[in-house]
Design a protein around this ligand. Structure first.
Ligand code: FAD
Length: 488
């Protein structure tokens, strides 16, 4: 049997794990005591693992910039490559005297499958590969029901997970990176043109976000200091800064769920609110559940989890969809959310649910269209979480909101944006409206119209779909499914 070279270098393939601290692949490579070749491969022309869209690309640029700087500061160098990893990685390994390769498992079945094939190719050249867990807290193969089947209900999944979860301590960032002498020639980040120039539609992103590991750590600390104790209630208020905004940082792996987990445990030990902390960790649990579902049901992104929905009568409402994407539906909370998304690359979770529900229920557009739009526009676009969430809202997913429960966007606005401040911020046409009417301006009586100088349908559109009618038709379409067997 051939043996592994004692002198070669260790390849670390960075993916959506753009951090130095608590990075198991990097840690294992350093433990090998070999000089390092550190690469990131942009695989946009190769469907698997491609960056989802322009907003996520904006983030990726910042994240790579930060990682490269942090690596430089420790004596290393990040090499940027573009192409198909299936051929690039073995070629690189052969040319640059790689003896061992290390990367963190993606958690997406098709990518993991491709990666195992790459590891097999490397093995043929006597290169040993270690693929380690770094994306999620839970190994999806290790958590099954008593019957040996995957969980389909979040409550049971998370209860069992909590009983068994014992994450090891987070790994420290290395102080020094010993670089190999024979490095591949890489690209310049600027040449990848991940950020827009003309027009620069991302001006609002710069104001909102600081991509990179340091930004992630700051965001977490800020949330633990100012948001955690009020999270149980604050998480539902889009008009208040009640959530962590960690999603793009977690999505690009600038912080690991294990680091978040231990930071919350440390706060619990020093008196943080138990209910709020558990609630927050349960949201990390929903992220785990999404990856778990994608692992066990790998059609999650393309097909209804619940095949009964295959018969659902989606409407092909191109103009309704276009109005939704532009934040011009005439439904204030929906438009505020869609504009927040466009301007900052992020939307509050409560509003994501309302916008998604309006699209799949009132407009009856296929959830896959909404998912694709979110993937183009979200900085936190995550192939597992986005798919699971859209299916959840559509009613076709695992442990989904029942289809017949249809969010009323006016009631949701009145409840969670009671003064209308969130709508006022993102839909300035409505800024002069009193809280009483801001969520349903088309219902304003004449006196209120005159007082505020607002005429529905002039500066702001009338609803693209009458809410009661959209709801009734959605329910009728759903009822017609009822006789179809549920085979999920
Ligand atoms: P916090 O409330 O502070 O939660 C902390 C972390 O828990 C988040 O950063 C996220 O990683 C995780 N989390 C929170 N809520 C959920 C949830 N409902 N499901 C799974 N994980 C959750 N989240 C994404 O990261 N990427 C997506 O592409 C995405 N698409 C979505 C699409 C729809 C239709 C809906 C309804 C939700 C989607 N979410 C997605 C989930 C959720 O809206 C965001 O994770 C959350 O709004 C991010 O804000 P935050 O970091 O302040 O969350």
């Amino acid at each position: 049997m051939a043996t592994i070279s004692a002198t070669g270098a260790a390849l670390v393939w960075f993916r959506r794990d753009l951090r130095l601290a608590d990075n198991p692949a990097l840690h294992a490579a350093i433990q090998s005591d070999r000089p390092l070749v550190l690469v990131f491969i942009d695989q946009r022309d190769h469907d698997l693992g491609a960056s989802p869209g322009p907003a996520a690309d904006w983030w990726l640029h910042g994240s790579l910039e930060g990682l490269a700087r942090d690596i430089d500061a420790r004596g290393g160098q990040l090499t940027l490559l573009r192409g198909d990893p299936a051929s690039l990685v073995p070629e690189l390994a052969r040319k640059h005297h790689i003896a061992e390769a290390f990367w963190n498992r993606s958690g997406e079945p098709a990518i993991d499958h491709r990666d195992h094939a790459i590891a097999a190719r490397l093995q043929e050249d006597n290169i040993l590969t270690q693929i380690v867990a770094g994306t999620t807290l839970i190994d999806p193969t290790a958590l099954l029901t008593g019957a040996g089947t995957p969980y389909k209900v979040f409550g049971a999944f998370w209860r069992t997970a909590l009983q068994r979860l014992a994450p090891g301590p987070a790994l420290p960032a290395p102080q020094h990176l010993r670089l190999a002498t024979d490095l591949p020639a890489g690209d310049q980040l600027a040449d990848w043109q991940l950020r827009p120039a003309k027009p620069d539609w991302a001006a609002g992103f710069h104001a909102e976000w600081k991509p990179g590991e340091a930004g992630a750590a700051d965001r977490l600390e800020h949330f633990l200091d100012h948001g955690l104790n009020g999270y149980a209630k604050g998480r539902d208020r889009p008009d208040q800064p009640g959530t962590s905004k960690l999603s793009p940082h977690l999505g690009f792996g600038e912080i690991s769920p294990r680091q978040v987990w231990h930071s919350v445990q440390a706060r619990l030990a020093t008196g943080a609110d138990i209910q709020a902390s558990e609630r927050f960790l349960a949201e990390i649990g929903w992220r785990e559940f999404a990856y778990y579902l994608l692992h066990h049901f790998n059609h999650l992104r393309t097909a209804n989890f619940n095949a009964r929905f295959d018969q659902f009568a989606w409407r092909n409402d191109a103009s309704g969809f276009a109005a939704w994407t532009r934040g011009q539906t005439g439904i204030p909370l929906v438009d505020a959310g869609m504009r927040q998304l466009w301007e900052t690359g992020w939307m509050h979770n409560r509003v994501r649910m309302v916008c998604a529900s309006f699209l799949v229920k009132h407009l009856r557009c296929d959830w896959r269209e909404g998912m694709a739009w979110f993937e183009r526009t979200l900085v936190d676009a995550d192939r597992a979480v986005n798919a699971a969430s859209w299916q959840w809202v559509a009613g076709s997913g695992a442990d989904a909101a029942p289809y017949f429960r249809i969010f009323n966007p006016v009631r949701q606005g009145e409840r969670f944006d009671s003064d209308g401040d969130y709508v006022r911020q993102w839909v300035p046409e409505l800024a002069g409206l009193p809280p009483r009417w801001i969520h349903a301006p088309w219902q304003m009586p004449e006196a209120a119209r005159q007082q505020s100088g607002f005429t529905p349908g002039e500066s702001y559109p009338l609803p693209v779909r009458e809410l009661a009618r959209g709801r009734d038709e959605a329910l009728a379409a759903y009822r017609s499914l009822k006789d179809t067997p549920d085979i999920a």
